[in-house]
Design a binder for this molecule. Structure first.
Ligand SMILES: *[C@@H]1O[C@H](CO)[C@@H](O)[C@H](O)[C@H]1NC(C)=O
Ligand SMILES: *[C@@H]1O[C@H](CO)[C@@H](O)[C@H](O)[C@H]1NC(C)=O
Ligand SMILES: *[C@@H]1O[C@H](CO)[C@@H](O)[C@H](O)[C@H]1NC(C)=O
Ligand SMILES: *[C@@H]1O[C@H](CO)[C@@H](O)[C@H](O)[C@H]1NC(C)=O
Ligand SMILES: *[C@@H]1O[C@H](CO)[C@@H](O)[C@H](O)[C@H]1NC(C)=O
Ligand SMILES: [Zn+2]
Ligand SMILES: [Zn+2]
Length: 873
């Protein structure tokens, strides 16, 4: 439709009726709710218990395999030099006493040369999915994986100078006993010695019950880039015997990790997975694995451990845990067929999963950095170091106010081995990489993270409180129809959208994290802000709509033929500096747009667009309703929310570009106000304190995520982008300020905006002579203003005139400029513009102090002298 650009930046596309919006919105919400609460495939709901029972059987038999196997039963590759080891498969090659380097050496090798003592030499496999010979996984590199694991541990806790590898005995340097925490770092990829493709596997043979989707296409989680970033969230769970007391040397407990691997260079994807496994606390060693329909990782995990002692303790813990878990599962059989150790974070499709690469991850905890500890009251002995660590962990777990001497960061190094996709990932850091390239995985312990998150949430809640306070003050100032008329609906709507987004995110956080109290606080603040802002916006909308309807009716009464394009009536002799009537931009002839006298043509265009140009004069139904406007905003907001959620799986540069665009859109919140100011030729919709305060408060969270290195979301800071965003807000603030000081249309070409009454005309001599000036100054009316210099022939000399302000009864100085000469024909100078700010001339040619008339106009839009209607300010 040939409609001019509509006000406030919303493109004038044909809009569905409000009713359509209110129909689609609940639908979207229902779908949303369905997706959130019923992730399983509803079509196959009937067979859940059947599937679950089959799975439980399979898991029980896998458990019995785990229960009945011994160290060395899984030896997929028999090494060449298998003759030099004396270890037997009962695995007690390392004594507890006085073991030296030889013991360690033996230990390291026995995984390879274990069973040639009594068993016939030859590869041995487990009867577990993925660990059978026929499954064809690339186990050739298992030995090399074990070597890398040991090398990783030795790099973190080196043997003593005498060659004592005390780490292997669980007597190395003390490390954190609880590794729950959030870490991030970079990885580098190495190929394994063999290669595997998706077509190397016959998934039907590996897992016959499963209906695989896309088994022949490249698998998910196939990392192909050379390096990238990764995030790890570790959850260290107390073992079945609780976490009280000193763990035995090889005691293990269960641990879980949520790993996010960004593969920007290779597949361009970000892979999320969950690994389950074991944590040997005395060693600070973790061994975790993915488990899926085609890989019984958790049941074979002890066989992948560094040595027989690790195997035994791991087997015991897993046996207990899995037995308990399976008993628990039996109770939920009827509706839950998921695998308890699944590596899928979302668990979306358990019936026809798509294949992905499996991972085995080994991680070594680094001893805490002593420099971050206040060691003054300790002698740096190993014993006391363990004591310090235990003290800190006790205090973190249940704060009693004991002095904590700093909490060093959590640091881990990790090796990831994919036995089916055949590659290794290693975290980058010393000694293989200089420490500028990375320090393996660094982060903070869960308690520290949580307290930092809580601080952030509460600070944000305070920010919201301040926003509400500012809003309250603004509402007090903007309480009359004429002041509400100035406010841009879209500026308010953008603030509401941001508040609603925060509320949505907090709702998610309340459900998913331990900081739910703080998240609830923030959610409550956001909700209050939403409520207060929404009410205010409703009033604003209502006032603007009433204004519009009244004006329409007046227009209709005045000009019965509605289809005539028309401009607002100008006073017969306008001040010379105001736009001449003929400067109205030419408009397309059809459909005609009637410009109401306050130039508030949004509603007009809405009307014309919706009615296809044939809409009759206003009835209340024809006007846009608040619910239609707000549901449009809500719909846009839901789309944004979906887009942001969906973007978590995007190529990282695309995702950060999207986030930047969304944030830039959000921070453009003053632009609609600037536009409305120029359109309506009004200013000071919001107080300066509100504008500056809101800008700062809304920039603060953005600044946190864009500038702080260790932020709670672990997003990479991007200070350049933040500077650009801040500059953009700064520019908007300056434009708003200059509109305030110099006039809303200063610097805007006349043709761009509809004509409006100029309350601050620049008074010139030639205009005075032509009689086009305030009544008080024209010669014949000069005596009306008693205190003016009536004797002088008004309008003959430049300088200034003094008249009487009818509101405050004080003198009003009017600067009169000389007739427009050749030298300043281009336009009015800034000085002249500023000079004209002191007085206001109404369309009925009465003149007042600016402060007086503005104060008056807050309450009535009528001339105090002659009761003529005044255009809004
Ligand atoms: C298997 O586990 C049960 C308890 O769950 C235990 O009693 C039994 O000794 C275990 N068998 C083997 C061979 O470890
Ligand atoms: C492997 O386990 C399955 C049951 O899970 C059993 O049917 C099969 O006979 C076992 N195979 C061998 C070689 O033990
Ligand atoms: C995969 O295994 C199934 C069952 O063992 C067999 O019927 C099928 O022919 C195999 N497919 C291929 C491509 O080898
Ligand atoms: C993983 O990616 C590599 C390189 O693109 C490809 O050769 C290989 O077949 C993929 N593996 C799987 C299992 O899809
Ligand atoms: C480790 O700390 C986390 C967070 O405080 C706690 O939930 C977990 O139970 C602890 N684990 C152990 C083994 O103490
Ligand atoms: Zn006054
Ligand atoms: Zn008047």
């Amino acid at each position: 439709m040939p409609v001019e650009a509509s006000p406030d930046g919303i493109p004038p596309t044909p809009r569905p009726s409000p009713r359509e919006y209110s129909r689609t919105l609940p639908l979207v919400l229902i779908i949303l709710g369905w997706l959130f609460f019923f992730p399983d495939n509803p079509v196959t709901l009937l067979s859940v218990s059947e599937v679950a029972a089959n799975r439980l059987d399979a898991q029980h038999s896998a458990l019995s395999v785990l229960n009945s196997t011994k160290w060395g039963d899984f030896t997929p590759v028999v090494p060449d030099g298998a003759g030099d080891s004396t270890g037997d498969h009962d695995g007690s090659s390392v004594g507890d006493d006085g073991t030296n380097k030889e013991g360690g050496k033996e230990e390291e090798k026995e995984g390879d040369g274990e069973q040639e003592g009594e068993e016939p030499a030859g590869p041995r496999f487990l009867n577990l999915t993925g660990f059978r010979e026929g499954d064809g996984l690339a186990w050739d590199d298992l030995g090399s994986f074990r070597e890398r694991c040991l090398a990783t541990s030795r790099a973190a806790i080196p043997p003593t100078a005498e060659g004592d590898d005390r780490w292997l005995l669980g007597e190395g340097e003390p490390v954190w006993q609880n590794v729950s925490g959030h870490l991030h770092g970079t990885w580098a990829r190495h190929d394994a010695s063999v290669s595997r493709q998706a077509i190397s596997y016959n998934l039907t043979a590996v897992a016959p019950d499963i209906d695989w989707t896309g088994a022949r296409s490249p698998w998910a989680r196939n990392v192909t880039g050379r390096e990238g970033r990764m995030k790890v969230r570790l959850h260290d769970r107390a073992g079945p015997d609780g976490d009280g007391g000193d763990p035995g040397k090889f005691d293990a407990n269960m641990a879980r990790a949520e790993v996010t691997i960004e593969d920007a260079d290779g597949s361009g994807s970000t892979w999320d997975m969950r690994l389950h496994g074991l944590h040997w606390r005395r060693h600070g060693a973790l061994l975790l694995t993915t488990t899926s329909e085609k890989f019984d990782g958790i049941f074979a995990l002890p066989h992948l451990s560094p040595g027989p002692e690790f195997f035994e303790s791991g087997q015991k813990v897993l046996n207990d845990t899995i037995t308990t878990k399976l008993k628990e599962r039996a109770r939920y059989l009827s509706f839950d067929a998921r695998i308890p150790w699944t590596s899928d974070i979302q668990d979306v499709d358990i019936y026809s999963p798509s294949p992905h690469c499996e991972y085995i991850m080994y991680a070594q905890v680094y001893p805490p950095d002593r420099e971050e500890l206040d060691m003054r009251s300790f002698d740096p002995e190993t014993d006391s170091m363990a004591g310090v660590i235990s003290d800190i962990e006790q205090e973190l777990k249940s704060p009693f106010g004991n002095p904590i001497r700093g909490v060093p960061e959590l640091q881990l190094s990790a090796v990831i081995y994919s036995p089916d996709c055949a590659f290794f990932l290693e975290t980058k850091g010393p000694p293989d990489y200089p420490s500028v390239d990375g320090r393996h995985l660094v982060g903070m312990k869960a308690e520290i993270f949580r307290s930092r998150l809580n601080t952030c949430l509460l600070t944000y809640a305070l920010i919201f409180a301040a926003q509400i306070y500012l809003l309250k003050q603004q509402i007090r100032e903007t309480s009359t129809p004429s002041t509400m008329g100035r406010v841009s609906f879209y500026t308010g709507a953008m603030m509401l959208m941001a508040d609603a987004l925060v509320m949505g995110l907090m709702a998610a956080l309340v459900l998913s994290s331990e900081s739910s109290l703080q998240a609830l606080t923030l959610m409550f603040c956001a909700f209050t802000s939403l409520l207060v802002g929404g009410t205010f916006l409703y009033q604003v909308f209502d006032v603007q709509q009433q204004e519009w309807i009244r004006r329409r009716e007046r227009e209709a009464a005045r000009n019965p033929p509605q289809t005539q394009p028309q401009t607002r009536p100008q006073p017969s002799s306008g001040p010379p500096s105001s736009a001449p009537t003929s400067s109205t931009p030419s408009r397309p002839a059809s459909p005609p747009i009637i410009i109401p006298s306050d130039q508030d043509i949004d509603a007009e265009i809405e009307e014309v667009t919706r009615g296809g140009g044939s809409a009759g004069p206003s009835s209340a139904e024809a006007a846009p309703t608040f619910s239609s406007a707000i549901s449009r905003v809500a719909l846009l907001n839901s789309c944004l929310f979906f887009l942001l959620v969906a973007s978590t799986a995007w190529y990282p540069p695309a995702r950060s570009a999207l986030v930047n665009v969304v944030v830039a859109f959000y921070l453009s919140l003053w632009a609609p106000q600037i536009y409305r100011n120029a359109q309506r030729n009004c200013r000071r919709a919001f107080s300066r304190r509100f504008v500056v305060g809101q800008s700062l408060l809304r920039l603060a969270p953005v600044a946190y995520f864009y500038c702080v290195e260790d932020n709670v979301a672990f997003v990479r800071p991007d200070r350049t982008a933040f500077l650009a965003l801040a500059a953009w807000v700064w520019i908007q603030l300056w434009i708003l300020t200059s509109q305030d000081v110099l006039g809303p249309r200063f610097g805007v070409p006349k043709g761009w905006v509809p004509p409006a009454w100029d309350y601050h005309p620049i008074l010139r001599l030639d205009a005075l002579e032509s009689g086009a000036l305030p009544l008080a100054l024209t010669p014949e009316e000069a005596d009306v203003a008693p205190s003016s210099a009536a004797g002088t022939a008004a309008g003959t000399t430049p300088g200034s005139k003094t008249v009487d302000c009818a509101i405050c009864r004080e003198n009003l100085e009017l600067p009169i400029l000389p007739a427009r000469g050749a030298h300043d024909a281009k336009g009015d100078g800034v000085a002249a513009v500023l000079g004209s700010r002191g007085y206001m001339v109404t369309p009925c040619r009465h003149v007042f102090h600016t402060t007086c008339l503005e104060g008056w106009m807050v309450f009535r839009l009528q001339c105090p002298i002659c009761r003529e209607d005044l255009p809004p300010l």
